[in-house]
Design a protein. Structure first.
Length: 157
């Protein structure tokens, strides 16, 4: 359970950026993120991911991963800052409270998040952080979220 919890906000925030018109937007492309669980058990993971134009709405919403459905009635993105607070539920009905925030530019992101949940009736809090940066316009074939391995690279500007 705790292995999935830190990813609560990572996907939602990996590519949040501000476009030239000042609107909130995901800048499609190839991204690298380092995600760390700070508590209760320390761990880290580095991911490479293709963020496509169709991912914009999902990554700008309160999204954990495909295991959870989330609602964040408190969510704000603007002026290089993001914050959110809400609840997510997995397919087994496990509820997870989530709260977090951070700062971003068009090509970078730093975020921290706290998840609250119960295991065997015991309250648990998990702290996580993510640092991400955009690697470029081209998503290699076979990359997570990118084109199939036997296809041409995808380019997003």
């Amino acid at each position: 359970m705790t292995a999935r919890i830190p990813w609560l906000c990572i996907a939602a925030l990996v590519a949040v950026a501000v476009d030239a018109r000042g609107q909130q937007n995901i800048r499609p492309g190839y991204w690298e993120s380092e995600s760390r669980v700070l508590a209760p058990i320390a761990s880290s993971k580095t991911d490479l991911r293709c963020i496509t134009p169709k991912d914009v709405a999902r990554f700008m919403s309160c999204y954990i991963n495909h295991h959870y459905q989330c609602v964040c009635p408190e969510q704000s993105i603007g002026d290089g800052k993001i914050s959110f607070k809400g609840e997510c539920v997995d397919h087994k009905g496990q509820r997870v409270g989530i709260e977090g925030g951070g700062a971003f530019t068009a090509t970078t992101l730093h975020m921290t998040a706290r998840a609250s949940f119960r295991i065997l009736g015991l309250p648990i809090e998990a702290d996580a952080s993510t640092d991400a940066h955009r690697l470029g316009d081209v998503c290699p074939p076979g990359s997570t979220g990118g084109p199939p391995a036997d296809a041409a690279p995808a380019t997003y500007r």
